[in-house]
Design a protein. Structure first.
Lengths: 114, 115
């Protein structure tokens, strides 16, 4: 069975600094990977997804993530964060035979300070 | 614009009562999902449906039921509410296919407190 681990429950960072949110997964088959963002009191929105092709995926709001099969990781990065990036970020995985079903990690709260 | 809505947004109920949470989408999506969100656990799948009259159990389905009588709605019923079901509940939809390429769109959530 697949599982997703987000190694940091909270990441504080100053505005305009770079940030990396870590995500590792375990699966015995091919996987597809996603990052979602949840702003306060809202539902989740898709940031980016890796289905195939280039391992570097670019998403909305300047975020990008890199799929590393050997390290079973899909870390999310942004070179310069803004106050408005303060939110909860969720990594999710779907296995090759699971259709549209997602398994989510526990989430990482990004706190951007002025 | 197409959207997905949930009602109520906040609900307080008592242990043992039956509660139904509504989810309505106007995307005309075939796939609908119910998740619960608890601190440290992320989102966990309760039930899902790939079309009218189709329902399936997810990871944490005990104590919950769903029915799909049309494309737009997937109500979630807590048959006898328990304090362990205090949580934030999210509905999502995707489509038209059932493949991994279909993006799930989430509703705003329902915050349920069981006393």
């Amino acid at each position: 069975a697949q599982s997703v681990t987000q190694l940091d429950s909270q990441v504080p960072v100053f505005e305009e600094a770079p940030v990396e949110l870590r995500c590792n997964y375990s699966s015995s088959v091919s996987v597809y990977l996603f990052w979602y963002v949840q702003y306060p009191n809202q539902g989740l929105q898709l940031l980016l997804k890796y289905l195939s092709g280039s391992t570097l995926v670019k998403g909305i709001n300047g975020f990008e993530a890199e799929f590393n099969k050997s390290q079973t990781s899909f870390h999310l990065r942004k070179p310069s964060v803004h106050i408005s990036d303060t939110a909860e970020y969720f990594c999710a995985v779907s296995e090759g035979n699971a259709g549209n079903m997602l398994t989510f990690g526990g989430g990482t709260r990004l706190m951007v300070k002025p | 614009d197409a959207e997905i809505t949930q009602s109520p947004r906040h609900k307080i109920t008592e242990t043992g009562r039956q509660v139904t949470l509504a989810c309505h989408q106007t995307w005309n999506h075939n796939n609908m999902f119910w998740y619960r969100q608890d601190l440290g656990h992320g989102l966990r799948l309760i039930h899902y449906s790939y079309g009218v009259q189709d329902t399936n159990k997810g990871e944490v389905s005990d104590g919950y039921s769903v029915s799909r009588s049309n494309t737009e709605d997937l109500p979630l019923t807590l048959e006898s509410a328990a304090s362990s079901q205090t949580s934030v509940y999210f509905c999502a939809s995707s489509g038209p296919g059932t493949g991994v390429e279909e993006t799930q769109y989430f509703g705003p959530g329902t915050r349920l407190l069981v006393l």
